[in-house]
Ligand binder design. Structure first.
Ligand code: SDX
Length: 437
């Protein structure tokens, strides 16, 4: 990061000594004010719950321009990666900083392909769950459990351990997600097949049974691969920040990624795709397009507590570029399946049109985000709603790993330890219980 010629001066109205704070410039995006010496010099903390104005790190991986609706992975626009590359190329890019050559891609794909199986003992973890357990409850357990099988690669400070853990996690997430699904539908697990693509292998492990083969439809495989690309990384979002903070204690990569899975589950974050599709299906049952006006009225009524799931974003105050690509994928998949008249998709597009013309949403810069259309595509492919967030976790694993490795690889990193503004009781004495009122 480059020191700026501009300085920030902090002065106090009570005559306390003022302080000069250095400002740093990135390659693009907002400058940062370095407050690392603030507490030591003035005995005060900054205050920023939710970190809306706080840069937690210096990163070279993903850049978002929320006002323009732009998303870059290592400088490449998401529109180009989603249409000209596949997910494993994108994984290589996020992990290594450059797109792979043909030979590098072939070697990386071979490595991932030959790590897709999980230890046979893993299946016994699933037996402890009820068959109707939410797949994200299962995934939170399974990903953490991986650390019990790989003592040869849990030293986060060893670059070789970090490299093999990255391959193992990227390779095994599709196997674990499909196992979580098969367990909930009472079907036997399907082992990976090494002659299939990453997305094709996942779809076969999801939909094949021992009774009959499943030949993936190439349009659906491409759509699945694109869903993985669109969800691969997204700067310092809640789950990525969780992974960084968790990993900063020196815990093993599997445990840190498991923490990311747990955070992603929330409906305000990765759980929004499941919530968005449930919202659309409920609207369809309640009357569909004719009832949109009533629903939007409820959303605008603060007392209703109803949010338009799949809309709004902490950073994007313009259209989420991933939502546009997801809407295009919707068209492709529904056309390929002869479902172009799918009522839920038509309802989603009508709802989007109405919301984008309504002053409430325009004034608050609420646009569709990645989760608004992703559920429609996954539902058309045959993915059950309860598995949407697990697939988000599958795709985001590479981003979490890349961000974790970037942090651990930074010699300046320390264990994360935020402070607080304390507004609780000051010191007081314990009264023996016999004398308490
Ligand atoms: C993801 O961070 C990331 O990068 C996340 C993610 C990733 O790839 O990792 O992009 C993935 O999590 C996408 C977001 C998925 N979540 C949803 O779709 C859930 C619905 N959206 C909201 O919960 C909300 O928009 C958030 C949580 C996404 C953002 O919350 P903020 O930043 O607190 O929202 P805001 O402060 O910008 O809201 C401004 C106003 C508020 O109203 P006022 O108090 O000003 O009157 O807009 C309202 C909010 O109440 N608002 C909504 C709304 N989102 C915000 N009103 C109705 N419906 C919504 N969806």
């Amino acid at each position: 990061m480059t020191p700026s010629d501009v300085k920030a001066t902090l002065s106090f109205s009570d005559g306390s000594p003022s302080m000069e704070l250095p400002i740093y410039k990135g390659t693009i995006g907002p400058d940062v004010i370095d407050i690392r010496k603030l507490y030591g010099q003035v005995g005060k903390f900054t205050y920023d719950p939710g970190f809306l104005s706080t840069a937690s790190c210096n990163s070279t991986i993903t850049y978002i321009d929320g006002d323009k609706g732009e998303l870059l992975y290592r400088g490449y626009p998401i529109e180009q990666l989603a249409t000209q590359c596949d997910f494993l190329e994108t994984c290589y890019l996020l992990l290594n900083g450059e797109l792979p050559s043909a030979d590098q891609k072939s070697e990386f794909s071979h490595l991932v392909t030959h790590h897709t199986m999980v230890n046979e003992q893993m299946q016994f973890f699933l037996r402890g769950f009820r068959r109707d357990a939410h797949p994200m409850a299962i995934m939170t357990g399974l990903v953490g459990a991986l650390s019990a099988f790989y003592h040869d690669s849990t030293d986060i400070h060893n670059p070789e351990h970090r490299a093999i853990s990255a391959i193992r996690l990227i390779a095994k997430m599709p196997t674990l997600v499909s196992m979580a699904y098969k367990y909930t539908v009472g079907q036997p697990y399907i082992y990976p097949k090494n002659d299939l693509s990453y997305a094709g292998n996942f779809m076969r492990m999801m939909f094949a049974t021992p009774c009959e083969e499943y030949v993936p439809n190439e349009v659906l495989v491409r759509a699945m691969d694109r869903i993985f690309i669109l969800h691969a990384d997204h700067e310092q979002n809640a789950s990525t920040s969780t992974v960084r903070l968790c990993g900063s204690s020196g815990t093993n990569p599997f445990a840190a990624i498991a923490a990311g899975v747990a955070c992603l589950w929330g409906p305000a974050h990765g759980g929004a795709n499941e919530a968005a599709l449930n919202m659309l299906e409920d609207m369809q049952k309640a009357g569909g397009v004719e009832k949109i006006g009533e629903f939007v009225k409820q959303v605008k009524d603060k007392n209703s507590g109803i949010k338009l799931m799949g809309f709004g974003h902490r950073v994007y105050k313009n259209y989420d570029p991933r939502a546009k690509l997801m809407r295009e994928t919707c068209h492709e998949v529904l056309d390929a399946l002869g479902l172009h008249d799918d009522p839920i998709f038509k309802l989603a597009m009508s709802l989007e049109k109405i919301a984008l013309e309504d002053e409430y949403f325009v004034a608050r810069k609420l646009y569709p985000n990645v989760d608004f259309y992703s559920g429609i595509v996954q539902r058309a492919i045959g993915i059950p709603v309860s598995l949407f967030t697990a697939i988000f976790a599958l795709a985001r694993t590479v981003g979490w790993i890349a961000q974790l490795n970037e942090m651990i690889g930074d010699p300046e990193y320390k264990i994360g330890r935020p402070r607080q503004l304390f507004t609780g009781a000051t010191q007081r004495q314990v009264v023996p219980i016999a004398k308490r009122g």
